[in-house]
Ligand binder design. Structure first.
Ligand code: HEM
Length: 406
């Protein structure tokens, strides 16, 4: 097993020691396999796409899907627990927050100073924990996007509760739900105040102008905070570790390499659906109300080891192509629930990668996979810069300015 693969495996098994092995064993038995007390496990990209696109046959709201987890904390109408016309209408209203131009401007405004600081610290020979940099940056970007003054301890509390959920738990205990709900309610109070004031220079005011009611605006703030941080905290440090462990430097990170790293890491390792009616999936009979576990990571990893395509001079060029049709960006989902935040995710990933490009030789000097978390991640990934084969130990001469972060 190669170095990158060994570390990726450690990240997965630290997060879900039991589930990772169980899903891998199921995948070895076939593309769709019934696992008692878990559901029908899908590990084939074509079948996964079939489920995600068939919204009549498979829903996010039925028994076994994750709506039971989110609804008590975030409310009834927060995209990830909605279907049909109502879901499409709310998505349309929120889409304005995620246009490439808007997210690029927000990232530039929020991330410029912390990324300049990251570059300065590395250039001065300092040790930097990339997990912390990404967590702070991603939280600040979402705060700016949804118009919250300060996320602080309440956000940490809400994400800690949700991070402790196991891979296919579909409800929280009463105490967990109450803790997470209270923390998020305190957080979104500020959003509600801005909503009531109706000032369109604030995002909640804009959500009101877009037609969201107060409950929807509060829920939108909560769901974006939760979906917009853990995924990036998972992916960006793993991208840098992957590049390091496969013998490359951050200057080799191109859009094509980012896509390939997303394929082999697949930060949200499963997607849950509930069968709305009896049917067949890859030869397996599925009963109405049965849970379908799409093992995204296993679907995408079936396409081979990490192997970025080399396209000289193409580092910021157009996408090199979607790859096999069934796989196409499955790591961001497919169908009506396809990741709403993808443009923001890509802008933030490129911003951090752009800053690190100033250090073609970057060493991972310490790391620790996070234990027992919902989204597999490093808890710490400490980096130091290297010059001429040696760690920089004294202030380095000024570096040329890194590329524009976004
Ligand atoms: C590398 C980073 C990310 C990955 C891999 C990722 C992956 C995904 C996936 C797989 C889904 C679909 C889940 C399903 O169908 O069950 C999804 C949905 C979603 N994502 Fe992301 N995501 C990322 C970053 C973000 C960011 C930065 C945001 C910003 C707020 C975000 C917001 C959302 C939202 C709101 C949904 C729900 C969409 C809906 O149900 O209509 N994501 N994401």
């Amino acid at each position: 097993m190669e170095e990158w693969e060994r570390w990726e495996r450690r990240v997965q098994t630290a997060a879900h020691p039991f589930a990772y092995r169980l899903l891998s064993a199921a995948a070895a038995r076939g593309p769709a396999v019934r696992v008692p007390r878990v559901g029908v496990v899908v590990s084939d990209a074509r079948l996964a796409r079939e489920v995600l696109l068939d919204t009549e046959g498979y829903t996010k709201t039925g028994p076994g899907a994750a709506a039971g987890l989110w609804t008590p904390v975030l409310g009834q109408r927060v995209l990830i627990n909605m279907e049909g016309a109502e879901h499409a209408a709310l998505r349309r209203r929120l889409a304005g927050l995620f246009t490439p131009g808007h997210v690029a401007a927000v990232c530039e405004r929020v991330l410029r100073a912390p990324l300049d600081d990251l570059v300065r610290r590395l250039a001065a020979g300092g040790e930097v924990d990339l997990v912390r940099v990404v967590r702070d940056g991603a939280t600040d970007v979402i705060r700016e996007l949804v118009g919250l003054p300060d996320a602080g301890a309440d956000f940490a509390e809400a994400s800690a509760v949700l991070s402790s959920v196991r891979l296919w738990r579909t409800s929280l205990t009463g105490r967990q739900a109450a803790r997470a709900r209270a923390a998020l309610a305190r957080l979104s109070d500020a959003a509600v105040t801005a909503y009531r004031a109706g000032d369109e220079s604030t995002v909640p005011g804009r959500l009101r102008a877009l037609g969201l009611d107060e409950g929807e605006a509060r829920g939108a703030v909560g769901v974006l905070l939760l979906t917009g941080t853990e995924t990036l905290v998972s992916f960006v440090p793993r991208l840098v570790a992957l590049v390091h462990d496969s013998g490359r430097g951050p200057d080799r990170i191109t859009d094509a390499l980012i896509e390939e790293a997303l394929r082999v890491t697949s930060p949200t390792p499963v997607m849950l659906r509930s069968a709305a009616r009896p049917g067949r999936l890859g030869g397996v009979r599925v009963a109405a109300g049965e849970r379908v576990v799409i093992a995204t990571l296993l679907c995408t990893r079936a396409y081979g080891p990490f192997a970025p395509r080399v396209r000289p001079g193409a580092d910021r060029g157009p996408d090199p192509g979607p790859g096999p049709a069934d796989l196409r960006r499955l790591w961001f989902g497919a169908g009506p629930h396809f990741c709403l935040g993808m443009p923001l995710a890509m802008a933030e990933i490129r911003a951090v990668a752009g800053a690190l490009r100033a250090f073609p030789e970057l060493r991972v000097v310490d790391r620790r996979p996070a234990r027992g978390v919902l989204v597999p991640a490093y808890a710490r990934l400490s980096l130091r810069a290297v010059q001429a084969g040696r760690l920089i130990t004294r202030p380095a001469p000024p570096l040329r300015r890194p590329r524009r972060p976004v």
